[in-house]
Design a protein around this ligand. Structure first.
Ligand code: ZN
Length: 622
């Protein structure tokens, strides 16, 4: 009996075939003797020669082969001399199946990376390094399994065979459990049916493992057949993963749309810098701010501004909220189509619309004869709306999905480093199976990578925001920044960007505050502070359901969010040359922000009284 199949070269210690018939008799057995041998296992086979797979003499007698193992080994021996090629091929296919299963999470990632819609979140066309690295890693493990089993066949002992069988079953078991956990961590909802089905299969494999230890290989054989059948899927997978080589995304899909020419600038018309801080939460920034968190720049700005105290987020999803803010129209869902197309479903019904077809604040700014620029995160703004702006800089949040984060990392590191990285991650996945912590090691590694990437994106977007903000030729500067969005990328105690000291959401709030202060200083230095309005809002508030148990989540947040999620976001308007504070307390959706920005740009709103009257009018209108 073999893990994989019959030994091609029997060890001298191996016994003769069980029925004692000669070579001719064995040849008379139809092909498929091995599988018949497997099927004949059990009580009815107990009469097979017990010495068929007996260990070498040196092996302790306690490790005698069971009748079932003996029967299988006997039937396998029947194939000796006439189907060596088939035997090797079968062993190789089972080794290949097991090798691929060791990287099942990456295959799952690769499958998730297939839809063209994911191009929306990519900065560049799909990179195939992850696919290549996964194939190479799987082939390396295949070779190891195959060579190891070939060695066992040439130096067989009962212990080695059982060990090989046990390892094979454990590989299958760990693959199922690993992908089950991955499904659960990557899915937005718990799929009871899938989890139950996988749990049953895992239970069977665990039984098989115990049985194999006692010389009962029935489940092993079934698992082996399944592994063989899985190899039938490989051609389909190969076709699936390579089909886009013949139908690639057009490179121009990933190119930014050409910007508009700059219009001449006249006079000292008011300018607007509209800052959307991703996940800036009104409750934590103001109403329930921890005692040890200082936000001096935000407080200073608000003390000189009109502030809506009950501004409501449009959606808890960045993908929906940003188009709504920019178009001044509430959408309830968004669907990515390809690298430059986002379809939106309007709230209250109506057909899905292309984001590009919708009016937006940039078009209105242009119609006023003013120049608009954008600095943005998450959306590929410049591919969608770049031709409605005089300047555009956007960094899609490519790490929005774990699969995409893996693809990008492999692309950055190259094949030579990506392969060892896959082994490292597979090792972590294995370790995670023995941990009970909700925050798995592999998730921690992924999140650390996202954290680093997000910090780099913050630097780039921040610098570009300061550059545009201090350009007097720009009438409207729209900046969507990736802070205080989790994960923490700032150390508020040390006031630096040392990620080891970045602890939680409040660190990112402190970074948001620092950004407001630096922007103000830059505008003052450029002599533009008194002719520039600052409009601050967020796409949505803090989302505990997204971050619970992940990097940056602390017990303090369990307590702080016990009452549920807050739906209020800041809506603060600092008017050019004004210092008076006014509070607006009527609940209002912050979708009015684009209209408010345009009202300031065209001069309709220039005082706190006009601003509150404008807000009152629009609060009642909605
Ligand atoms: Zn967001």
């Amino acid at each position: 009996m073999a893990l994989f199949t019959t030994p091609t070269r029997l060890n001298p210690a191996d016994p003769p075939p069980p029925n004692g018939r000669g070579e001719a008799a064995r040849h008379s057995e139809a092909s498929g003797a091995e599988s018949r041998g497997a099927e004949s296992l059990g009580a009815e086979s107990s009469g097979a020669a017990p010495s068929a797979a007996a260990p070498p003499a040196a092996e302790p007698s306690a490790t005698k082969a069971s009748p079932a193992e003996s029967a299988a080994a006997g039937s396998h021996a029947a194939t000796f001399g006439r189907s060596a090629l088939r035997h090797h091929l079968t062993n190789l296919l089972i080794a290949l199946s097991a090798g691929c299963l060791c990287f099942i999470r990456r295959w799952y990632d690769l499958e998730r990376l297939e839809p063209r819609a994911l191009g929306y979140l990519r900065a560049v066309p799909p990179d195939r390094t992850l696919l290549l690295a996964t194939v190479v890693a799987a082939l390396i493990v295949t070779a190891i399994f195959w060579l190891a089993w070939t060695w066992v066949e040439r130096h067989p002992t009962l212990f080695r065979r059982r060990l090989g069988h046990a390892i094979f079953l454990l590989v299958m078991l760990s693959a199922l459990e690993s992908v089950r956990r991955y499904w659960n961590s990557e899915s937005s909802r718990f799929d009871t049916g899938s989890n139950l089905a996988l749990a049953v299969l895992e239970g069977l494999l665990a039984c098989g493992f115990v049985m194999v230890c006692f010389g009962r290989p029935r489940i092993l054989f079934a698992a082996r057949r399944v592994a063989l059948m899985l190899t039938l899927l490989l051609p389909a997978l190969a076709f699936d993963f390579t089909s886009d080589l013949f139908n690639p995304d057009e490179p121009e899909q990933f190119a930014n749309r050409a910007s508009l020419p700059m219009l001449p600038v006249s006079g000292d018309a008011p300018r607007v810098i509209w800052l959307v801080f991703d996940e800036l939460d009104e409750r934590f920034a103001f109403d329930e701010r921890p005692a040890d968190l200082d936000l001096p720049e935000l407080d200073r700005l608000r003390s000189e501004s009109v502030a809506a105290r009950h501004a409501l987020e449009i959606s808890s999803w960045t993908a929906v909220a940003l188009p709504s803010l920019i178009s001044g129209r509430v959408f309830e869902s968004a669907r990515m189509v390809d690298a430059r197309t986002l379809k939106l479903k309007p709230a209250g019904g109506g057909a899905e619309v292309d984001w590009r077809s919708q009016p937006n604040v940039f078009q209105n700014t242009r119609q006023m004869g003013r120049n608009a620029s954008l600095v943005g995160w998450h959306h590929p703004y410049c591919r969608v709306l770049g031709d409605e702006l005089v300047r555009c800089f956007a960094l899609p949040s490519s790490h929005s999905t774990t699969a995409l984060e893996h693809e990008i990392r492999a692309g950055h590191t190259g094949l030579v480093k990506a392969v060892p990285d896959l082994f490292r991650r597979a090792g972590l996945n294995l370790l995670d199976l023995f941990r009970t912590s909700e925050h798995s090691l592999s998730a921690q590694v992924n999140e650390a990578a996202v954290q680093r990437e997000q910090q780099q994106q913050y630097f780039a977007l921040r610098d570009r925001t300061y550059l545009d903000a201090t350009d007097p030729s720009l009438g409207l500067v729209f900046a969507h920044l990736p802070t205080p969005h989790m994960f923490p990328i700032y150390n508020r105690r040390e006031r630096n960007f040392d990620l080891r000291g970045a602890r939680d959401y409040f660190d990112n709030l402190a970074l948001m505050d620092r950004t407001v202060g630096e922007l103000r200083a830059a505008l003052e230095t450029a002599g533009l502070w008194d002719r520039t309005a600052i409009l601050v809002t967020a796409d949505h508030g803090f989302r505990p359901d997204n971050w619970r148990g992940r990097t940056g989540w602390t017990a303090e947040f369990d307590r702080l969010t016990a009452g549920g999620t807050s739906l209020t976001v800041p809506l603060i308007l600092k008017l050019p040359g004004r210092r008076e504070h006014a509070s607006f307390d009527t609940p209002i959706s912050n979708v009015v922000a684009s209209g408010l920005a345009l009202a300031v740009l065209c001069g309709d709103v220039s005082t706190a009284g006009q601003a509150t009257a404008w807000l009152e009018h629009h609060a009642q209108a909605r």
